[in-house]
Design a binder for this molecule. Structure first.
Ligand code: DQA
Length: 152
């Protein structure tokens, strides 16, 4: 929900190992750095008159605390790339479910469905509004555009 006179805020959370983008398996994840991804997110947020909070952590509990914080602070939507926690974390899934109806879009740079079988399962995706995989940085842009436009 938006309040007149208050700029709506979008959040983007990045999970473990995403701080190494640009030099981490570039053949899989591309050459954009995390700073590049955040700059792209910032540009989309600005285009829609929104502020953006972007954070990265390797720590499951910290990501969970930030999901709660975003909801309590009145975020209008969140894009999250949970990294490897996507495939393992019941706690992260429960955190996303706990902040409903905050819309959350899961983003993966790579097409997880075309990779190892263990990446085909997403525990977190089932409680998100939607999932985007395989579009690289464009996936974050699409997620934020969706989140910004639906809050109108
Ligand atoms: C990832 C895919 C995950 O399987 C992997 O563990 C990551 C990155 C992606 O953006 O493609 O860390 O979420």
């Amino acid at each position: 929900m938006t309040t007149p006179g208050v700029r709506p805020t979008l959040w983007v959370l990045h999970g473990p190992n995403l701080d190494r983008l640009g030099r981490r398996e570039p053949e899989v994840y591309g050459t954009a750095t995390l700073a590049d991804v955040n700059a792209a997110c910032m540009a989309v947020a600005a285009e829609h008159g929104c502020d953006l909070v972007a954070r990265q952590s390797a720590h499951e509990g910290e990501l969970i605390d930030w999901i709660h914080e975003a909801a309590d602070a009145g975020a209008i939507g969140m894009a999250i790339n949970p990294g490897g926690y996507t495939h393992t974390s019941v706690a992260l899934r429960d955190a996303i479910a706990s902040v409903a109806p905050l819309p959350v879009v899961e983003v993966h740079l790579s097409n997880v469905h075309a990779r190892e079988a263990f990446r085909h399962v997403t525990l977190t995706g089932a409680v998100c509004s939607g999932t985007i995989a395989g579009l690289g940085v464009e996936g974050y842009r699409a997620a934020l555009r969706f989140l910004a436009s639906r809050s109108g």
